[in-house]
Design a protein around this ligand. Structure first.
Ligand SMILES: Cc1cc2nc3c(=O)[nH]c(=O)nc-3n(C[C@H](O)[C@H](O)[C@H](O)COP(=O)(O)OP(=O)(O)OC[C@H]3O[C@@H](n4cnc5c(N)ncnc54)[C@H](O)[C@@H]3O)c2cc1C
Length: 502
């Protein structure tokens, strides 16, 4: 590792995901603090990386670039200018049309559900009547909102809740909606309810601008030509060009304190060697469950430590399946010869399969697939917990299960599979149950530590999108320069904005 520039104050940044990279990029604008990023993995981007598999690129779940915050939108477009699909250069942001649907009863439903003839005809007359009946009952007999189940039933009625929300929630979080807090609903479906769905259908309201429509109804998004990882790789090279440090394959294992402030970190290389790096400031996007036990020379009260260590997470497996075509015909917007569905992603509500969502990477960007004309690249998403039956399956078994499920769903014939690729991601979802109820204790303790800034999704244990993680990093830099108080850092993504199951 290079010697650090000791004339400047040094900020060690843990993690080269969107939060860590944004923090470094923003610090470099000020010029008097030298950022050094330590990243445990060999690649940048964190959960927002793009994995190259024999020239076919896949996200860890598709990553839309969409933000209600203009600061973030401008930041993305400064790094990667918007271009058209036909004329784009290598570093281009594309505007992509969004289509995501629900697959249920072996049929496609709009996402979010629309009160249309098509929906009701697919549900059938009896189900439609019971949907309407149960919605009326739910409006008359409102439940106290103690759980996510109550939240959904109040807004959609029991029948629609059972059809579209109950099983999917269980799949994603491994918990029944009755075991989850009602506040999750405000993030998941925000202003949406059967009433909003009906009034949207009646007024045929057209999209006027990002802020004027419910987020889940937004019909287009930005996406880098070669996937989200491309943008984060570009940010990483700009950081290096501007003099920032970036070290891949170095896991921070200890944060060393003196007089109650972090003064150095100990990191371990992928070869097992340990290094100590001095710092004036520490920006951490590592999981809180790992940060607090790493404190060396600062005593952490047991209730705080116990809460942090027990914070719950969901883990994630995605299986890339390269095909020479799908058996369901659709129209992709770029005219292809390999048949494929037109969706960016599909929510799978069927009870006989484990897959939760399917991505069609060709439709995110045609440049994601080496032979876009003649092949289809799918990503099947499985939600699991580290160590459970799914997590511990071999790659070969997971791939076989994924292909079998695609065949059973009627999407492919097994002979159309060219190859598969399995990716596992730990701690993909910070969850809001269990010891999460004590998170304020953890935050209060961390806020008392001068020069430590917790940023990002797992760094704050917050169900963040990329823009939220970036904003927490931007605000942390503002706190360092005295432009705002620490509350601003934690207030990102607390106003019940909508998050899809990202
Ligand atoms: C399936 C899925 C789909 C998503 N879709 C979207 C979407 O469409 N749009 C959107 O905006 N967001 C989406 N997200 C959310 C987005 O991925 C995250 O908000 C974002 O990546 C969080 O950035 P971060 O930097 O906070 O954390 P991360 O991306 O998790 O990065 C943290 C980094 O820190 C590193 N690290 C951890 N511990 C250490 C350590 N001890 N030492 C050194 N390095 C360490 C990790 O290796 C990692 O690289 C999605 C997420 C998932 C899982």
């Amino acid at each position: 590792m290079q010697r650090q520039n000791d004339r400047k104050r040094v900020a060690i940044i843990v993690g080269a995901g969107p939060a860590g990279l944004t923090a470094a990029y923003e610090l470099l604008k000020h010029g008097d603090v030298h950022p050094v990023i330590l990243e445990a993995d060999e690649v940048v981007g964190g959960l927002s990386r793009t994995v190259d598999f024999n020239g076919n690129r896949m996200d860890i779940g598709g990553h839309r670039f969409f933000s209600r915050n203009d600061e973030v939108m401008r930041w993305w477009l400064d790094i990667m200018p918007l271009s058209t699909y036909e004329e784009c250069s290598e570093n281009a942001m594309l505007r992509r049309r969004r289509l995501s649907r629900i697959f249920f009863l072996r049929r496609f439903f709009d996402y979010p559900i629309k009160a249309s003839y098509s929906t009701f005809s697919k549900l059938g007359i009896l189900r439609t009547l019971s949907v309407v009946g149960s919605y009326i009952i739910a409006r008359i007999r409102r439940r106290d909102e103690l759980s996510l189940e109550d939240f959904y039933i109040n807004r959609f009625g029991k029948v629609l809740y059972r059809l579209f929300f109950e099983d999917y929630t269980q799949k994603v979080w491994g918990k029944h909606p009755s075991e989850l807090g009602a506040d999750w609903g405000s993030q998941r479906v925000k202003g949406l309810s059967l009433f909003t769905v009906l009034s949207n259908a009646l007024s045929q309201r057209r999209e006027k601008g990002c802020k004027e429509v419910e987020t889940s109804l937004i019909s287009s998004f930005l996406y880098p030509k070669f996937g989200p990882g491309q943008l984060w790789e570009r940010v990483a090279s700009l950081i290096k060009e501007k003099g920032g440090g970036l070290f891949l394959g170095y896991r921070v294992v200890k944060v060393n304190f003196s007089d109650g402030k972090p003064f150095s970190v100990t990191c371990r290389s992928s070869q097992g060697e340990e290094y100590v790096l001095a710092c004036d400031y520490l920006f951490s996007s590592m999981p809180l469950a790992e940060l607090l036990p790493s404190f060396n020379g600062l005593s952490v009260p047991s209730p705080v430590l116990d809460t942090a260590v027990a914070l719950p997470y969901r883990d994630f497996i995605t299986v890339g399946v390269l095909l020479d075509g799908m058996s369901v015909r659709g129209e992709a917007d770029d005219g292809n010869s390999a048949s494929r569905l037109p969706d960016n992603w599909i929510y799978i509500q069927e009870r006989d399969v484990k897959v939760g969502r399917i991505q069609l990477f060709n439709n995110w960007s045609p440049y994601m697939v080496a032979d876009n004309e003649n092949s289809v690249f799918l990503g099947l998403e499985y939600f699991c917990s580290e160590g459970d039956a799914l997590w511990t399956m071999s790659d070969a078994d997971i791939s076989a299960m994924a292909v079998d499920e695609l065949v059973r769903l009627g999407f492919i014939e097994s002979k159309s599979v060219i190859e598969t690729h399995v990716i596992r991601m730990k701690k993909a979802y910070p969850a809001y149950y269990g010891s999460y109820s004590g998170i304020e204790k953890v935050r209060a303790f961390l806020d008392g530590i001068e020069n430590l800034y917790c940023i990002g999704r797992n760094g704050q244990h917050r169900y963040n999108n990329m823009d939220h993680s970036m904003l927490s990093a931007m605000r942390a830099v503002d706190v360092l320069y005295g432009k705002c108080g620490r509350d601003a850092l934690w207030n990102v993504n607390t106003d019940a904005e909508y998050n899809e199951e990202n």
